[in-house]
Design a protein around this ligand. Structure first.
Ligand code: ZN
Ligand code: ZN
Length: 151
C-alpha cells in the first residue's frame, strides 16, 4: 500500500458527491472512504474495505461506483504497466508516482518543479494537453533490504 503524507481526517464525502452532481448512495460513500483510506489500492482491496463497511457488495457494484467516481474527477485511476488498476483520492494536482519493480508498492511524488510544470512540453504537436503522467521505476527500501540483508 502506498504511503502518502496527506490523510484527510474528516473529509465530507457527501458534499464531495453532491458537488460533483452525483447522487449520494451508501456504496458511493463507502468506496470514496475506502479510496481515501487506502491510496493506490487495487479494486480487490477496495472491495474488501467496502465490504467491511457495508457487508455484501458485488464486484460489479464497486466497479460501477469506481467508474462513476473516476468520471466525476473525485478519484484518479492509475495503471502502471504490468500492474492492476489502482485508485487514489489525490486528484487534479498532476502528481507522479514511484513504483517498486519488485513488490509493486506505489508512492506519490510531487511535481519536481512546482505546479504541474510537466504539462509544458517542448513540442505539443498541436495537442491541447491536460495531463502528464510520469512513472518512476525502482526498488523500494523494503525490497532493497530484503535483497541485501547485510547492507
Ligand atoms: Zn518493493
Ligand atoms: Zn498518487
Amino acid at each position: 500500500m502506498g504511503k502518502t503524507p496527506r490523510v484527510e481526517a474528516a473529509t465530507d464525502f457527501e458534499s464531495m458527491l453532491r458537488d460533483a452532481a452525483l447522487r449520494v448512495t451508501r456504496p458511493r460513500l463507502a468506496v470514496l472512504a475506502a479510496v481515501h483510506r487506502h491510496p493506490h489500492a487495487d479494486t480487490d482491496s477496495i472491495i474488501g474495505s467496502v465490504r467491511e463497511d457495508l457487508g455484501a457488495v458485488s464486484h460489479q457494484a464497486v466497479y460501477d461506483v469506481l467508474r462513476a467516481l473516476t468520471g466525476a474527477g473525485l478519484v484518479r485511476r492509475i495503471q502502471p504497466s504490468g500492474s492492476l488498476a489502482r485508485y487514489e483520492s489525490r486528484v487534479a494536482d498532476n502528481h507522479h508516482h514511484v513504483v517498486c519493480r519488485s513488490c509493486g508498492t506505489i508512492a506519490d511524488v510531487d511535481c519536481a518543479a512546482g505546479h504541474a510544470p510537466c504539462l509544458s512540453t517542448t513540442d505539443d504537436h498541436g495537442f491541447a494537453i491536460d495531463e502528464a503522467e510520469v512513472v518512476y521505476w525502482g526498488v523500494c527500501p523494503d525490497c532493497a533490504r530484503a535483497a541485501s540483508p547485510d547492507a
